[in-house]
Design a protein around this ligand. Structure first.
Ligand SMILES: O=C(O)CCC(=O)C(=O)O
Ligand SMILES: [Fe+2]
Length: 204
């Protein structure tokens, strides 16, 4: 996999614990998103470190028309309750900052690696909406930017944000009940993107 280093991404990773650049948008109903472009600086260095540290797996058995296929991305998880080390110390500092900002205990981190333009995640809402009311899901994206889309459950036009290179995107309120989200495949070449998703009560 070849990743093109960005101009400002190579420094040591650092993020803004005050969320000064955050902008929140109401999406109707009780849904809201908060977008913090460039929340993390030095994102290429975190990308490289995580690629070394993480043990990615291939999930299989994803229904696709009349057959089962491999999930078109690789994944890894960290759960606080397992007691194992977190892949990079800055992730712990981010958890603390996100907890203060959103009053949730982020006890799990899901890592999703989109190796190239053929990797994707189809329209879905995050499953733990079934046991957590109004979950807050914070997604930090490193590596190359990819379009992240949201649409209402009943369909209609989608909203799109480009997420990569240290951008933070938070979904809250009714987002997992009233909306779906996706990272579509692309026709033209895309380098690898890693999304780091902070979740609370992920196993309850
Ligand atoms: O990679 C992303 O930005 C989205 C990931 C996602 O929606 C998920 O894993 O549930
Ligand atoms: Fe999701």
């Amino acid at each position: 996999m070849f990743r093109q280093a960005s101009l400002f991404g190579a420094a040591e990773p650092d993020f803004d614990p005050t969320f000064a650049e955050a902008s929140r948008s109401a999406l109707g109903g009780t849904s809201w998103i908060e977008y913090v472009p460039g929340w993390l600086t030095g994102s290429d260095s975190l990308f490289d470190d995580l690629m070394e540290q993480l043990d990615f797996g291939q999930r299989t058995g994803i229904p696709m028309y009349d057959r089962l296929v491999d999930e078109p991305r690789l994944t890894a998880w960290w759960h606080e309750e397992d007691g194992g080390p977190i892949a990079h110390p800055i992730l712990d500092d981010m958890r603390v900052a996100l907890e203060a900002e959103h009053q949730r205990h982020f006890d799990s981190i899901g890592f999703n690696l989109y190796r190239d333009q053929n990797d994707s995640v189809a329209w879905h809402a995050d499953r733990h909406r079934h046991h957590v009311t109004d979950p807050v899901i914070a997604i930090l994206s490193v590596g190359e930017s990819r379009p992240f889309q949201m649409r209402r459950n009943e369909g209609g036009a989608s909203l799109t944000w480009g997420l990569g290179q240290g951008d933070l995107f938070v979904m809250g309120g009714g987002c997992q009940h009233e909306w779906q989200h996706a990272v579509p495949k692309r026709r033209r070449h895309a380098g690898p993107r890693l999304s780091i998703t902070f979740r609370h009560d992920a196993r309850r």
